[in-house]
Design a protein around this ligand. Structure first.
Ligand code: NAD
Ligand code: UDP
Ligand code: UDP
Length: 313
């Protein structure tokens, strides 16, 4: 039997770390990516491994390969990138899910969906539990991403019910670490890059909105635990670090760690920006035995070191 594990979006931030982990575990990996936001740089070190194969492909088109498991991560994740071509973003989530589910169905392969806390929108339940159905604007500037991911979840559960497909759905909360794209506009990378360049730190709104930040190593551990969990565990399961910070607190933390002369400046809040976000991770704890171990203070160190090196190059 073919034991290849496919990672769509494998050249991206999370995908490349997942490929690292799988190759490290001695698994054979097929990385599928169209390089919209991912880069060859993220996976260059894997190209010399016999266990690693790279395929340039857009998941909105059908794909016929033979694999044992599918991690479906293909989708731009930062608001700047997913709003750049919103129609393509919805297509990637919806057509991409249909194609990858069709592939999984033909092969009877396990398939894991990288879903998101955005399915909760601007949540009125806090912290967010999986039972909460969310508060999502269907026609706003974030909708291509939020509704695309919601529809992908629907497709996963319908393939599960209708075709008995073994599915796994993880709802990922804000994750950061080395290999984030320096100009993707996400808050952690933005603040670090601004601080390193001595530019103003751009806090949107009054900076009182909150997020909970998970370090990439913790997240990748959750991916593999979920994929290898018993077949009755379908999710959705929230994964993220439940320690919540305001954006102002994050800005101050980054400034302190990077040093330099940057000042905090305030910019308008983008439309539909969620006010608060914190995962309830009880399910991940009981079903997967998973909880994050890296604090924001600890995780910021290697992330800052990564961007420092990148900017010096
Ligand atoms: P990323 O942008 O670094 O990675 C996405 C990857 O998908 C890139 O390599 C990109 O080139 C590729 N891609 C995009 N469209 C594609 C297409 N049509 N066909 C093939 N490849 C395509 O983002 P990331 O942070 O690594 O996110 C990975 C996944 O995790 C995404 O599905 C995202 O929605 C999800 N997620 C991430 C976070 C986070 O905080 N990082 C939070 C919630 C969900
Ligand atoms: N598909 C794919 N690879 C496969 C099998 C299917 O890309 O190995 C795509 C194909 O384009 C199809 C989609 O997945 O349209 C959904 O497949 P499914 O079998 O569910 O539906 P159908 O083929 O009946 O439309
Ligand atoms: N944000 C900010 N300054 C920036 C970039 C983002 O204050 O330079 C805020 C943004 O408005 C949001 C939070 O940080 O409230 C997280 O933004 P990000 O784009 O990282 O992720 P998401 O909004 O999808 O959680």
């Amino acid at each position: 039997m073919n034991e290849v594990i496919m990672v769509t979006g494998g050249a991206g931030f999370l995908g490349s770390h997942l490929c690292d982990k799988l190759v490290e575990q001695g698994r054979d990996v097929l990385c599928v990516d169209n390089f919209f936001t991912g880069t060859k740089q993220n996976i260059r070190h894997l190209l010399s491994s016999d266990r690693f194969e790279l395929l340039r492909h857009d998941v909105t088109f059908p794909l016929y390969v033979e694999v044992r498991q599918i991690y479906n991560l293909a989708c731009p994740a930062s608001p700047v990138h997913y709003q750049h071509d919103p129609v393509q973003t919805t297509k990637t989530s919806v057509h991409g899910a249909i194609n990858m589910l069709g592939l999984a169905k033909r092969l009877r392969a396990r398939i894991l969906q990288a879903s998101t806390s955005e399915v909760y929108g601007d949540p009125s339940m806090h912290p967010q539990r999986e039972e909460y159905w969310g508060n999502v604007n269907p026609i706003g500037i974030r909708s291509c991403y939020d509704e695309g991911k919601r529809c992908a979840e629907t497709l996963f559960f319908d393939y599960h019910r209708q075709h008995r497909l073994p599915i796994k759905v993880l709802r990922i909360f804000n994750t950061y670490g080395p290999r984030m794209h320096p100009s993707d506009g996400r808050v952690v990378s933005n603040f670090i890059v601004q601080a390193l360049r001595g530019q103003d730190i751009t806090v949107f709104g009054d900076g009182q909105q909150t997020r909970s930040f998970c370090f990439v190593d913790d997240m990748v551990r959750a991916f593999v635990l979920m994929m290898d969990s018993s077949s009755e565990i379908t999710g959705p399961i929230n994964v993220g670090n439940p320690v919540e910070f305001t954006m102002l607190e994050l800005a101050e933390k980054v400034l302190k760690k990077v040093g330099g002369k940057s000042k905090i400046c305030f910019k308008p809040l983008p439309g539909d920006d969620p006010r608060q976000r914190q995962p309830d991770i009880s399910r991940a704890k009981t079903s997967l035995g998973w909880s994050p171990t890296v604090t924001l203070d600890q995780g910021l160190e290697p992330t800052i070191a990564y961007f420092r090196k990148l900017l010096e190059a």
